[in-house]
Design a protein around this ligand. Structure first.
Ligand SMILES: C[S@@+](CC[C@H](N)C(=O)[O-])C[C@H]1O[C@@H](n2cnc3c(N)ncnc32)[C@H](O)[C@@H]1O
Length: 231
C-alpha cells in the first residue's frame, strides 16, 4: 500500500474532519450553561415523576450538544475499525459528533453506511451539514424522526450499534435492531453511570446471558456498556 492510500485510511487525521470535530467539541463545552437555563423545565418534569432527560421536551434541548467525549469518540472509531464495520446504526445523533467518528471509521473500512437518527429537526439539519463539511456525507444517512419509526428499515447485517438517545428507549431500539445484528456485532450504550437507575434494566438485559449477549460496563467517559451479540 502506498503512503497516500495509507493516509486515506486515517480519516480522523484528515484536516477537514479534525476541523469540524475541534469546533464542535469546543462549542459543546458551553453545555453546562445551556443546562442552567433548563432547570425550571427539568424541575417541573421531575415533579411529574419523569427522569432526566425524558423530563425535558426535546425541543427545549435543541441547543444542547450532550456529545461523546473525544476519548469516547476515538473508542467508537477504533471499535468500528477493529470490527471492519460497514453497517452501523446510531440512536441519538444530536449535532453529529459521534456520527463523525463512526463515519470516519466506515470510510476507512472501505465504505458503507452509518444510519443515524435525530428527533429534533434543527439538530438533524446541522448534523447533516457538519458531516457534509467534513467530507463524510456519502457514508451517512441521518434520519429525522423517532428512532422507533426511522430505524424500522435498516440494511443488514449490522456490525455495530451505538445507543445514545433518551434512556427509556435503549431496550426497545435494541430489540428492534436485534434481528439484524450479525453474530459478533457490538452494541455500545452511553451514559451508564450518569443514568444508573434508568439504565439498570438495560444493563441487566445485556449481562444476564438470557438475551443473546455477553456484556461488560467500561469506565470510559460516564460509563459505556460494551456488548457483543453471540446469537
Ligand atoms: C445525548 S444526545 C446524542 C449525542 C450524540 N450521540 C453525540 O455524541 O454528539 C441524544 C440525542 O438523542 C435525540 N433523541 C432522543 N430521543 C430520540 C428518539 N426517540 N429518536 C431520535 N432521536 C432521539 C435527542 O434529541 C438528542 O439530540
Amino acid at each position: 500500500m502506498t503512503k497516500i492510500e495509507t493516509d486515506q485510511r486515517r480519516s480522523l487525521r484528515d484536516p477537514r474532519v479534525q476541523a469540524v470535530l475541534d469546533r464542535l467539541h469546543r462549542a459543546a463545552r458551553w453545555d453546562p450553561l445551556r443546562f442552567v437555563r433548563l432547570v425550571p423545565k427539568v424541575a417541573s418534569g421531575l415533579l411529574q415523576r419523569k427522569t432526566f432527560p425524558e423530563a425535558v421536551p426535546p425541543e427545549a434541548m435543541k441547543d444542547c450538544y450532550i456529545p461523546v467525549s473525544r476519548e469516547q469518540g476515538r473508542f467508537l472509531y477504533l471499535t468500528a475499525r477493529a470490527l471492519g464495520a460497514r453497517r452501523v446504526v446510531e440512536f441519538g445523533t444530536s449535532f453529529g459528533i459521534s456520527t463523525l467518528y463512526l463515519a470516519a471509521a466506515v470510510r476507512d473500512n472501505g465504505g458503507g453506511m452509518v444510519i443515524g437518527t435525530e428527533l429534533e429537526p434543527s439538530k438533524h439539519e446541522r448534523a447533516v451539514a457538519h458531516l457534509e463539511e467534513a467530507g463524510l456525507g456519502d457514508v451517512v444517512d441521518v434520519r429525522l424522526g423517532d428512532a422507533l419509526a426511522t430505524l424500522k428499515e435498516v440494511p443488514e447485517p449490522l456490525d455495530l450499534v451505538f445507543l445514545d438517545g433518551w434512556k427509556d428507549l435503549y431496550i426497545p431500539v435494541l430489540e428492534l435492531l436485534k434481528p439484524k445484528l450479525r453474530p459478533g456485532a457490538v452494541v455500545l450504550g452511553d451514559n451508564i453511570f450518569t443514568f444508573r437507575k434508568s439504565l439498570r434494566p438495560y444493563v441487566e438485559y445485556l449481562q444476564s446471558g438470557k438475551n443473546g449477549f455477553e456484556s461488560v460496563t467500561l469506565r470510559i467517559s460516564d460509563g459505556t456498556e460494551y456488548s457483543c451479540y453471540l446469537g
